[in-house]
Structure formats: C-alpha cells, structure tokens
Design a protein around this ligand. Structure first.
Ligand code: DHE
Length: 525
C-alpha cells in the first residue's frame, strides 16, 4: 500500500474533525470555500490539487466519465475512501460545493522540476527480481486497467489467470507504455501521476507527479526517457525512465508566444523522437531522443526549415526541438506505420489534414466530419492497399482511408458512434465497439478484406462493451464489459466463440506486452 494512502478511519476522522473548526472559519470565508475546507480539503488538498483523493479542478472533473458529482458527494464512491456526505450536507450546501470545485483555480501553482522531484515516491520494499517471478510467457502478459476501483490486473495471456492486481493512482487514462524489453511499464493518471511497475517482480517501483492535469505519456525508442503531455501546467515533462528523475520540463509556448496545452505525445520509433501536437496553437513539435539528432535535424534546417531547430539540451542534440507549423491546432492524430505522415484533426473541425513529417508541411486533406477519433485508428492491408480506419465520436460509422493515395475509400455504417478499434497482424478481422447510444452493448467484427461487418457480438445485453486487445499470437481477442461489476471476455478470434470470462471492476483498456513493444499494426500506440 502506498505511503500516502491513509486508512479510511483516519480520513473520516480528518474529514469530520474539520467540521467544527470550519463552522468557525465559515464566518470569514465564502460559504462554499468554508464547506470545501471543512469536508474536502483533508483529502483533496487545500489548493484542490489532490492529496489522498484526486484533484478537484474543472480540468479533471469535466473529463471524468461516471457518476455525477452530486451522487459521488452524496453517496460516496464505492471501493474508495470517499465517504458519503448525504447525511451531513444540505442540498444547497452540496450545490455550492459542486459549483466551487468547478471554478478554475485562481492561480495555477508552479509545477516545475523542483515540485515534480519533491513528489517522487520510491517504494521502500521494492527489490528487483533477477528473472520473472512467474512461469507465464512474459511477452504475452496483459495489463487490464480497472477504472472501477483504480487497479490494474496483470493477466497471464495463455492461461487467462490474474497473476497480480495492484492499486494505481486515481483515474488512469491512455495506454501504459512498456520499456522495449517488456520488463517495466509506466502508467499515467489524469492528475499527472506516473507510476512505474516491474513486470518481472510484479511490484511497484516508484511514482512521481509529472503534471497537475495530464493527457498521456510516451517512452523513447531506447526506453530511457518518458515524455508526459500536460494540460496543467502547459508543459511537457521529460523523466528518466530509470529513476523517474526530471530530465527536462519544456514550457509549451508556440513560436508566436502563445502558451499551449499538449494534445498528446507519442514515440516515433523510426525517427527516434517524440512527436506532440499543441492544442492551442497550430504547431507540431518533434523532440529528438537520439543523442546524435542535432546532426539529423541540421539536414532539415538546411533543406527545409532554416532556423526552425532549437538545440535545447546538450551539444549532442538530445531533446533538440523541431517545430512544424500547420494550418490549425491539432487535437487528435494518427501516424502511418512508417511515421512519415501524421493525420490530424481538430475536435470541432470536419476535416483531417495529412502532415508529412519529413518535409514538415501539410500534403493532403481528407473529409472527416463527425469528430474522427484518430488516436484509436489502426492500419492494415486490404485489397493490396494499405488502409487505416478511424471511428467517429459523433457519427455511427468508420472511415477507411487509403494512406497511399489519401482518399476515404469506404464508410462502414455501425450501430452507433464508437471509441476504439483493434486488430492483429494474424487476425482476419477488425473489432469495433459501439461506445455511445442504445447499442453500446454491441461490438462489430469486420472482415479486413471485404470491409463488411461479419458478426455483431452482444456478450452482456444492456451493458457497455468496449475496447478490444489481442493476445501475442492474434488467436484471442479480449473485450471489456465496461461496468462496475464488469468482466473481461476472451474470444477465440477465428470462431468468435467465448473462451473465458474474468470478473473485473469496470475494466477499460487492455494492453498486451508483445503487441505494444513490437508496435503491432492492429493496436493504437
Ligand atoms: Fe481517451 C487513449 C484522448 C476520453 C479511455 N485518449 C487516449 C489517448 C488520447 C485520448 C490522446 C492516447 C493516449 C495514449 O494511449 O498514449 N480521451 C481522449 C480525449 O480527448 C477524450 C475524448 C476526452 C478526454 O476526456 O480527455 C478522451 N478516453 C476518454 C474516455 O472518456 C474514456 C473512454 C474513459 C477514461 O478512462 O477516461 C477514455 N483513452 C481511453 C483509453 C485509452 C485512451 C482506454 C487507451 C486506448 C488504447 O488502447 O491505447
């Protein structure tokens, strides 16, 4: 159990002991602020940035799916240390509190190298194992993120048994990132915590708060550096993957001086770099993770973008920054498998733009209305052509794009807007969930060649079913029943018959070590 998780009773004592003091304070404070201090500050921090409980700031709250705030405050949160305040607060007090935590912070505190370093927690009991402490194939292990009670289950991908189950920071989001040898994994929460876990020892190594509100993480090709994309503060944190120490914090400021949040950051393996898009300014950044990169980037300077490279770090060029200007800010994006091109979309736009990363400019445009979720896109070869497909968050269809000729070649109608897509090199099908609307209990199985839906599975009628991940061989597909009392269902990927059902607490994403470290074409990266 981590250091800063107090016992429930201590928390309850803290929460209620504050009550009397707050009654006195209430006379000098705004009523909502006094209520916050009395009931919430002990766990969520006097500055609302989190403590044993998560941060209570609009950046975090508006992005959390799940029960509404009033229900959480009134009834507590099952399987967490959040008590029920229904008998303590009146309806007006609850409304005032909700309004209070939805207000932006008057001032975003500094969260630079010193604050990040001070948050580092090394697990005192961690001892690295010399070999895996289990007899399963370490390359066919899955992590299942269980958002219901903020845990991760570690699955043996051959026997489908749970080998470990560990607590994560609150509200993990996005894919965990593995070291290239598959030994360590890094998990990020929306509150900016990065947790390092040793898959051989089945033990947590350390955790650090790299941002106050974060988007996602990426690991460098050599496994030495982690990039954390932040909304709050507007920065990109680079950590050492070894000990989670801070290597660099980039304030994210566009060329014209506009500060910006980071939409997301990814590893571009062939380029040996991190690529990120700015959410509030029309720029893509490429940050070198190859110590020799400066020389590589000089090529761009001379041929295309004189003056666009800033060698920020050492003279060898590690973390040299290259800016690519685009026509509008990019919110969500996908890379072609060779990482030469990026397809990007802004959330409110109706088109996608193709940016060639080598020449550093837009080369094509695609009609993609209805909020394409390009981050979930996957690529495969269909009819001899390499295509990619993306779901749309606001339209009941998938768009299939020829990524050599840059044309939308097919539109597959679905039973509702979907969130995730998955396949595998050895699998004949693409699996697409229907995350939104009355048919959210359905998963479509689509033939990779004909692009026809060959079967629609409804494993638990009425329950949300989403996110698929294959095992290492591509013979099994694992599907999440995304409910509090949910499950991971294992299907035979050829016969589409159910093989196993593992009870889980609101499982979301599942991640297979082999598919992730080999950049399998069927998974998002
Ligand atoms: Fe995600 C991945 C952005 C809402 C569950 N989501 C990602 C990634 C991005 C992203 C950029 C890629 C990160 C990576 O893997 O490195 N997500 C966004 C949004 O902009 C959006 C729409 C709004 C927001 O809340 O920020 C959003 N995402 C959600 C949810 O509401 C989901 C369904 C539930 C949750 O946990 O918040 C959700 N997102 C996921 C999951 C992944 C993810 C499970 C990893 C997918 C994978 O297979 O790699």
């Amino acid at each position: 159990m981590i250091r800063f998780i107090a016992t429930t009773s201590a928390l309850l004592f803290g929460a209620f002991a504050g009550l009397a003091a707050a009654t006195v304070q209430a006379q000098s404070l705004q009523p909502a602020e006094a209520l916050y201090r009395a009931h919430c500050a002990a766990c969520h921090g006097a500055n609302r940035l989190g403590g044993t409980g998560p941060a209570l700031i609009p950046e975090t709250l508006k992005r959390l799916r799940g029960p509404k705030l009033a229900k959480v405050i009134g009834e507590g949160r099952a399987a967490t240390q959040m008590p029920a305040f229904g008998a303590v607060l009146t309806g007006e007090e609850m409304a005032a509190l909700i309004d209070h935590v939805k207000q932006p912070l008057a001032k975003v505190p500094d969260w630079g190298p010193e604050e990040i370093a001070a948050s580092l927690h090394l697990e005192p009991d961690y001892r690295p194992a010399a070999a895996p402490v289990f007899d399963a194939d370490p390359m066919n292990v899955f992590l299942v993120v269980e958002t219901g009670d903020h845990h991760v289950s570690v699955l043996d991908g051959d026997r489908f048994t749970v080998m470990d189950r560990f607590a994560t920071p609150f509200a993990v989001h996005g894919g965990p990132k593995f070291t290239p040898d598959g030994r360590f994994v890094f998990i990020m929460s929306r509150d900016g915590w990065v947790q390092k876990y040793d898959l051989w020892s089945l033990a947590e190594v350390a955790r650090v708060r790299a941002g106050l509100n974060s988007r996602n993480i990426a690991i460098s090709r050599d496994g030495l550096h982690l990039a954390v994309a932040n909304y709050l503060p507007q920065s990109l944190t680079i950590l050492s993957a070894e000990d989670l120490s801070v290597e660099r914090v980039f304030p994210v400021v566009a060329k014209d001086g506009t500060p910006s949040r980071v939409s997301a950051v990814y590893q571009a393996p062939q380029r040996d770099s991190f690529i990120l898009a700015l959410k509030d300014a029309p720029e893509i950044w490429e940050i070198a993770t190859d110590p020799e990169a400066e020389a590589v980037y000089e090529g761009y300077v001379h041929s295309y973008e004189k003056g666009m490279v800033e060698a920020i770090a050492s003279s060898e060029g590690l973390f040299a920054l290259r800016r690519i200007e685009v026509s509008e800010p990019i919110d969500d994006f996908f890379f072609t498998p060779d990482y030469r091109n990026l397809i990007g979309a802004s959330r409110d736009g109706a088109r996608g733009v193709v940016v060639n990363l080598t020449v550093g400019r837009e080369i094509a445009e695609l009609p993609l209305p209805g909020m394409p979720h390009l981050g979930s896109g996957i690529s495969w070869v269909s009819g001899g052509q390499r295509v990619m497909a993306t779901p749309h968050l606001k339209e009941a269809r998938l768009s299939v794009i020829d990524i050599e000729r840059w044309q939308v070649v097919e539109t597959i109608d679905t039973l509702g807007p979907g969130f995730f897509l998955r396949s595998h090199e050895n699998a004949a099908h693409v699996w697409a969930d229907v995350f939104f609307g009355p048919n959210r209990d359905a998963v479509h199985v689509i033939d990779k060649e004909s692009l026809e839906i060959v079967k629609t599975l409804r494993p638990v009628p009425g329950a949300t079913v989403a996110h698929v991940e294959f095992d290492r061989s591509g013979r099994h597909a694992l599907v999440s029943v995304w409910e509090e009392e949910g499950a991971v269902i294992v299907y035979d990927a050829a016969s589409l018959e159910e093989v196993a059902r593992l009870p889980m607490r609101k499982p979301s994403g599942k991640y297979n070590v082999w598919n992730k470290i080999t950049f399998s074409e069927g998974t998002s990266h």
